[in-house]
Design a protein around this ligand. Structure first.
Ligand code: SF4
Length: 287
């Protein structure tokens, strides 16, 4: 699809008409901090929010509300004639819409996809409202903490992938000439979120999506503590493995977690898995 990159100074029809067009028929992915924020805003536990309002294991906001005139289902948090019921806790994807955000060479870039600016399709009346620069729009949407959470969880993702590397390379598994682990990494990059969630299993999904952490107001600290909890769990479970089969399974699980989190963050799992496979081959692993 055609992608347009924006600078912070670009001026666009970014003022929201609050018609809710963007709350129908979209895909909104959640990182674990966003899931916790939404649950807090809703006044329920993250466990209940995940069960009642999320799909694909817990990283996709459920869209099962009343359809709009285009036949697109509303987000489970959308209330007709009112709008978003969790406005203060709404995730980054909702704050950015209709923009997207991607990290290139360590820097955030803002984009939109399609031939023309998307709001002109769904909310043609935006052209009658004041235009904003991208920077003004982001400020008004209070994206800062949510962007920090996104970046902090990219590091958590990288650390999970590094565990997969260690279990393959430092265990002696790669040195045996074993090939199925890297083949599996590559296949996992092509798997959808639901398949990855099933593969990961409930115990690790809970560790990834439902950590018990109190510092909700500080996303970076939240992600840092979460990272420590995940690393402790990995150490407990994989610190004394003996068989090559056990190292293969553990490496595959860690890669599944990294790629599942990549999906939650809107990263591109297939490119990531290909990159990591090539990197592991550079360290002597075989495929
Ligand atoms: S969370 Fe709120 S803003 Fe986001 S899609 Fe759902 S109703 Fe719309």
């Amino acid at each position: 699809m055609f992608t347009t990159k924006l600078t912070l100074q670009d001026i666009l029809p970014l003022t929201c008409t609050r018609t809710g067009t963007c709350c129908h028929g979209n895909q909104v992915f959640l990182n674990p901090w966003e899931l916790a924020r939404l649950a807090h805003e809703k006044g329920i536990s993250a466990v209940d929010f995940r069960s009642n309002y999320c799909d694909d294991g817990g990283i996709l906001l459920r869209f099962n509300g009343k359809a709009d005139k285009r036949g697109k289902s509303a987000c489970s948090q959308y209330i007709d004639n009112f709008g978003c019921s969790v406005h203060v806790g709404r995730p980054l994807a909702c704050r950015l819409f209709p923009l997207g955000r991607q990290i290139q060479h360590g820097k955030a870039e803002y984009i939109f996809q399609g031939e023309q600016f998307p709001c002109l399709n769904g909310c043609a009346s935006v052209v009658e409202l004041p235009y904003l620069s991208v920077a003004e729009y982001l400020k008004g949407q209070e994206t800062d903490a949510f962007e920090k959470a996104q970046d902090a969880y990219l590091e958590v993702m990288q650390n999970l992938a590094e565990n997969a590397f260690a279990l393959l390379l430092d265990s002696g598994l790669a040195a045996t000439g074993e090939t199925k682990t890297l083949s599996m990494w590559r296949d996992l990059g092509k798997a959808d979120a639901k398949t990855l969630a099933e593969r990961i299993g409930e115990e690790w999904l809970m560790a990834l999506l439902l950590p018990t952490i109190d510092v909700l107001e500080n996303p970076e600290e939240f992600a840092e503590i979460h990272n420590e909890l995940l690393q402790e769990k990995a150490q407990e479970q994989f610190g004394s493995l003996q068989s090559l089969q056990a190292f293969h399974e553990a490496s595959t699980l860690m890669m599944s977690l990294a790629l599942y989190l990549a999906r939650a963050l809107g990263a591109h799992p297939e490119s990531l898995s290909e990159h990591w496979v090539e990197e592991a081959k550079g360290f002597g692993a075989c495929e």
